[in-house]
Write a protein that binds this ligand. Structure first.
Ligand code: M6R
Length: 609
């Protein structure tokens, strides 16, 4: 979604702003613009490259702000692109989020003789700051006053023609961080553009405002009480946010699978004592000993990882779990939630608006909230009481791949930890067996990736399909959903997922020779059942692509399209079946010549509702 950048210091701001805008492209956008002190503003609809072409070589200054816009209010035109200004063109402002009372404020502004020129909610904010920016009023006072009048979500960076040596940034509900460099101060809505300049960052919390000058900065609340904020060190390396020779980030991130699992597990398995250790949960372990019910929430792939988490926790720790999409959970009536309930919020970006709101609702109930988050220091990581970081490294491709397998791995660790804390004698494999197989996962994934060509051949043969069905049972049921999501989001092919046992209850009516079924059927306790389902599909002329660790000879009587995966214990098998589905979606989209890392209409980080 929208991306924000700012710089003030001893260097020319333009190169950081332009490079930063390119670095934020992955988040999804449809127009871009920048303002540089002493130079003015340039905005374009479409790609950052188009904006770059329009920037003269002498467009330089020591302070500036920039933005990529993902249209919410008003079409993706040049007029609606940010930065927006007030009527006198003194205030320049970039905004991420939604100002909910913008129509009301627009009316009030009209009463003061101020008419907005664009269709956006963001311009209203620029005009409101301008309205409060009377002669002699410092920029931060005008910004603080304006922000106290708005409802909704914002991350903003503001520049003023009258105070060219100052920038103000503020946040409520939309991510914003400051980079503290040797040569100046950086503003960014996510960490990736900062990596080339500084590792020292401080995260703004809701209701906080930063006032940046060339040689100093202060963080304060909207009433301008100065706050003492911690500076943290980013541990992501710059290479991990680059393509490293791969054609697409998505492919690079799939191929990183083995290292991602190693990084997620690092330091968390005590093989000798057969236990999992999760430092991020240490402070809440006493409470976890007594919990009786778990609610897992997230959106998109994070929600599907939560569905796998549900089965893992129930199987391994024997604690009842329910999973709900965050955009639904936040609006449900929370009837008498017992205090021995815990909410686990899953999010790669840590900035998903609906997930954040679901956490806020849970907090109102007074229950413990935990995060399974990849982006260190993100809003969800900070909003939850405790949590487990994925350590999957930056995920740039819009389609979540490495974060998803890491999320499932974290759920295995959480389930093991809960089993020990609750002294559970529940079900499933022994802890020792699970730990042993966890350590083998990277090698198993490597072997799947080595056979990428098999997946690619099958994908090429099916690349012109119009529809696809994904089926699986138990641990493979959420993976069917995840596989279908991967295919639809990057190849724009209609794909559906069903529990294999549901076929006879409706979906089998869809089957014909043009509607292939991807069957997830590792050799687990439900293998025979799923095999019967694919027999039924074949009997109706349906084509099957089987992802299996079963008997190839036997399956080859049903289909020629077989993708083999290694055999592991049932509860870890979903991590393995995911990999060929990611590769399959990638290869189909590649064959169709689509923009894999930035699919149409999608944003990497969904920071508005
Ligand atoms: O950053 P989050 O994990 O909270 O994002 C949740 C979803 O928006 C995300 O998983 C989305 O569904 C992906 N594009 C799936 O590939």
């Amino acid at each position: 979604m929208c991306g924000i950048l700012g710089y003030i210091g001893s260097k020319n701001a333009t190169p950081y702003l332009l490079e930063g805008l390119k670095g934020l492209e992955y988040r999804g956008y449809d127009s871009a613009g920048l303002y540089v002190a002493g130079q003015g503003v340039i905005k374009r609809s479409g790609k950052v490259a188009k904006l770059e072409e329009s920037i003269p070589s002498d467009f330089a200054g020591n302070a500036g702000i920039a933005h990529t816009r993902w249209a919410t209010h008003g079409a993706p035109t040049e007029l609606n692109a940010h930065p927006h200004c007030d009527q006198s063109k003194t205030i320049w402002l970039v905004h991420n989020g939604i100002i909910e009372n913008y129509l009301e404020i627009r009316e009030q502004l009209l009463g003061f003789g101020i008419a907005c020129a664009t269709e956006t909610d963001s311009e209203v904010l620029a005009q409101l700051v301008g309205h409060h920016y009377a002669e002699g009023v410092p920029l931060e006072v005008a910004v603080g006053t304006a922000l106290q009048e708005v409802r909704g979500a914002y991350g903003i960076a503001v520049a003023s023609v009258r105070e060219p040596d100052k920038l103000v940034a503020a946040r409520f509900g939309s991510p914003l961080m400051l980079g503290i460099g040797d040569d100046g101060y950086y503003i960014a809505s996510d960490a990736s553009p900062l990596l080339a300049h500084t590792r020292n960052v401080t995260y703004l919390n809701d209701g906080e405002m930063a006032v940046l000058e060339k040689d100093s900065y202060e963080i304060m609340n909207l009433s301008r009480d100065v706050l003492d904020k911690k500076v943290e060190v980013l541990d992501w390396d710059i290479e991990s946010a680059q393509k490293k020779g791969y054609e697409h980030f998505m492919l690079k991130e799939i191929m990183e699978g083995p290292e991602v699992i190693e990084n997620t597990l690092r330091g968390r398995l005590d093989i000798e004592n057969s236990t999992a250790k999760l430092g991020g949960l240490a402070d809440v372990e006493e409470r976890l000993k007594a919990i009786k019910r778990i609610i897992i929430t997230g959106c998109g792939s994070a929600y599907y990882a939560g569905l796998v988490g549900e089965l893992l926790i129930e199987e391994i720790a024997g604690i009842p779990v329910e999973v709900e999409i965050a955009s639904e959970l936040r609006y449900r009536r929370w009837t008498a939630v017992p205090e021995d309930t815990v909410l686990i919020a899953v999010s790669q970006s840590g900035e998903t608006a609906d997930t954040l709101e679901a956490i806020r609702e849970a907090k109102k109930q007074g229950i413990l909230t935990l995060g399974v988050v990849n982006a260190v220091g993100s809003s969800i990581a900070r909003a939850t009481d405790a949590g487990v970081y994925n350590h999957a490294g930056p995920e740039i491709g819009v389609a979540s791949t490495k974060a998803f397998i890491s999320q499932m791995t974290v759920f295995v660790l959480i389930a093991l930890r809960l089993r020990e804390l609750q002294n559970s004698t529940a079900y499933s494999n022994s802890t020792q067996e699970i730990i042993q197989e966890l350590t083998r996962l990277p090698a198993y994934i490597r072997s799947i990736l080595q056979n990428k060509d098999v997946v690619s051949d099958i994908a090429k043969r099916h690349a012109d399909m119009r529809d696809a069905l994904y089926i699986g049972r138990k641990f493979q049921f959420p993976i069917a959903y995840e596989g279908a999501l991967k295919l639809k989001e990057i190849s724009y092919i209609h794909a559906e997922a069903y529990g294999a046992g549901e076929m006879k209850h409706g979906p089998i009516a869809l089957i014909d020779e043009n509607f292939p079924t991807i069957a997830l059927m590792p050799k687990d306790s439900l293998y025979e059942k799923t095999r019967s389902n694919i027999e039924e599909i074949r009997a109706r002329g349906g084509k099957i692509i089987a992802v299996t660790s079963g008997d190839t000879q036997e399956l080859s009587k049903i289909t020629a399209d077989i993708i083999m995966i290694p055999q592991t214990i049932e509860c870890l098998q979903p991590i393995l079946t995911t990999i060929p589905l990611q590769l399959f979606a990638y290869c189909v989209a590649h064959e169709r010549g689509l923009p894999i890392d930035m699919p149409r209409n999608l944003a990497k980080s969904v920071t508005v509702e």
